[in-house]
Design a protein around this ligand. Structure first.
Ligand code: AMP
Length: 396
């Protein structure tokens, strides 16, 4: 796996694909700079070596059209602030302004190209567009894990123009190593916690990780499809009635692979999908009609904590309850505590994919786990065992 550590960037122009697709407020100010911060080590290492940096990214969904709302100038100040370094901004992607600014770029300088998705060719993976971009650098660096699952011009197609001079950035390296520590060489016992709303969105992950895990903890809305499949009473809980057989099949697959499955035993139920609803605690398979499971109960939290205490490798995707409502966040908080404790005792913990990442940031667990992935879709596809085009393009 070639990384920027394998190259000398002195007097070279590094063309770096970053993922600066950051959230913005109505005034178009950056509201979360996590993705910009994640690219700092790669950019600074190249600058410190005497290289120049050309950054390319997409921002939002301009759908192949120039659209001022999605222009990079809106995030340039934040990029500059985070890097503590001047950033030159090009007014186009491969046009006259970009060409002139790349030509004039000196070692130690940073140029940010305009939004690559202002060209429809980006998402089409167009070779000519990729070739025009490729002319802007001596070495191609892919550090955009968040977009690595897309075979776009700047994330994958471009790599062919750098047969000997393409590599991963440090963020990509970290992300791939974190996945590897779970899926390839995770110290046993390996425990995966899968929560979230639906079984259907996690089935490919479950199938892919079964051969490498020892324990599977299931929580969240998908609990109830499993409980119903086993004959339990789930009231009005979230359920996928067309996935009952699948749930049974998953459980017998787990048995075949000698994976221990831990389902919730008790849960907090509510008489409406609302934070103000009436609440009570019941066994997970004894939910009265008109009530729905919204969070795991304390017995379940204790059971899960016990499994995690004895785990050396932990993968977490998906909340255990409707954590967006404070009355139903306790189970996910208890899980965060248990993972944090296990991590403090030497376990490796990876949190990846959408809502659990939002959770760990919101509740302050991001410093208490080993690694929080920056890529939602890309992390999920990795866990599903899919080859990411952005990764394959560098490796091949
Ligand atoms: P996912 O994107 O599949 O990981 O699902 C995350 C969503 O699942 C969050 O918005 C949670 O509110 C939701 N969720 C978790 N537990 C439950 C539950 N018991 N009933 C309904 N939704 C839930």
């Amino acid at each position: 796996m070639k990384t920027i550590n394998d190259f000398n960037f002195e007097n070279k122009k590094a063309l770096i694909r970053v993922d600066f697709n950051v959230p913005q407020n109505e005034a178009l100010e950056v509201t979360d700079a996590t993705r910009i911060k994640a690219a700092v080590p790669t950019i600074m290492q190249i600058l410190n070596q005497g290289g120049a940096v050309v950054l390319m990214s997409h921002l939002g969904r301009p759908k192949g059209q120039v659209n001022d709302q999605y222009a990079m100038k809106h995030i340039a100040a934040k990029v500059s602030e985070v890097l503590q370094h001047d950033v030159i901004v090009a007014n186009d992607v491969i046009g006259e302004d970009a060409k002139a600014k790349v030509a004039a770029l000196q070692p130690g300088q940073i140029l940010l190209l305009e939004n690559v998705r202002f060209h429809a060719e980006e998402e089409q993976g167009d070779e000519n567009f990729a070739k025009a971009l490729a002319a802007f650098g001596d070495i191609y660096v892919n550090d955009a894990f968040g977009t690595a699952h897309r075979a776009h011009a700047s994330t994958a197609i471009i790599a062919q123009f750098f047969p000997e001079s393409k590599c991963f950035g440090l963020l990509m390296e970290q992300e791939l190593q974190a996945i590897g520590k779970v899926l390839s060489d995770g110290e046993k016992p390996v425990t995966a916690i899968l929560g979230g709303a639906k079984v259907s969105s996690k089935i490919t992950i479950i199938e892919n990780i079964l051969p490498v895990i020892d324990n599977l903890i299931i929580g969240g809305g998908m609990t109830y499809t499993f409980v119903k499949a086993q004959g339990g009473k789930i009231g009005n809980s979230l359920v996928e009635n067309d996935k009952l057989d699948l749930a049974k099949a998953i459980l017998s697959e787990c048995e075949k692979h000698q994976v221990k499955v831990y389902l919730p035993v008790d849960n907090v139920i509510a008489d409406a999908f609302s934070n103000e609803a009436n609440r009570q605690v019941t066994a997970v398979d004894e939910i009265p009609d008109g009530w729905m499971g919204m969070d795991v109960g304390e017995k379940t939290s204790a059971l899960f904590a016990d499994v995690l205490k004895n785990s050396k490798t932990i993968l977490w995707n998906g909340p255990l309850g409707v954590f967006e409502m404070s009355n139903f966040a306790h189970g996910t908080i208890a899980l965060g505590d248990a993972i944090a404790e296990s991590t403090a005792n030497g376990a490796f913990s990876l949190v990846g994919g959408g809502d659990s990442v939002a959770f760990v940031k919101q509740f302050g667990y991001d410093d208490k786990v080993s690694y929080v992935s920056t890529g939602g879709g890309a992390m999920l596809e990795s866990l599903e065992g899919k080859e990411l085009p952005g990764v394959a393009a560098i490796l091949n």
